[in-house]
Write a protein that binds this ligand. Structure first.
Ligand code: CO
Length: 137
């Protein structure tokens, strides 16, 4: 089961402008940057100790991330918990009747990931992730 916060996801309108603060002012190291087509985001992961900050910029006005920013503005989007076994945890959560966004894990920037429905966690979108080094699926 989950053992630490893997990253905090932050919705931003402009990734490069966000990096001006998180990378250049705070001095955090960008260790991954990629466009995740199926999520409609261009994302960067910045290391902060054992955890990370994930900056998420919508790739188009139709992307879910763009709609999120329209509704709520820039800011906290989700919290990701690290787990050694994302698939095993998903099965446990299904057995417990937890509402899920993803029925199966899929590839994300942080490794194999899935999202739980915010209804399950009192309004906070929760992601679970198993890094590729640890994934045994
Ligand atoms: Co994330």
């Amino acid at each position: 089961m989950i053992d630490r916060i893997h990253h905090v996801g932050i919705a931003v309108r402009d990734l490069d402008k966000a990096l001006d603060f998180y990378r250049d002012v705070l001095g955090l190291h960008v260790h991954a940057m990629d466009t995740v087509e199926d999520q409609g985001v261009r994302a960067a992961l910045l290391t902060i100790g054992e955890s990370e900050i994930e900056l998420l910029e919508p790739t188009s006005p139709e992307a879910n991330m763009a709609k999120f920013i329209e509704r709520k503005g820039e800011g906290l989007h989700h919290i990701c918990f690290n787990t050694p076994d994302v698939d095993g945890d998903l099965e446990v959560l299904k057995d417990k009747g937890v509402e899920l966004v993803d029925q199966k894990s899929r590839v994300g920037l942080a490794g194999m990931i899935c999202f739980l429905h915010p209804k399950a966690s009192r309004g906070v979108l929760v992601e679970l992730a198993t890094t590729m080094e640890n994934y045994r699926g």
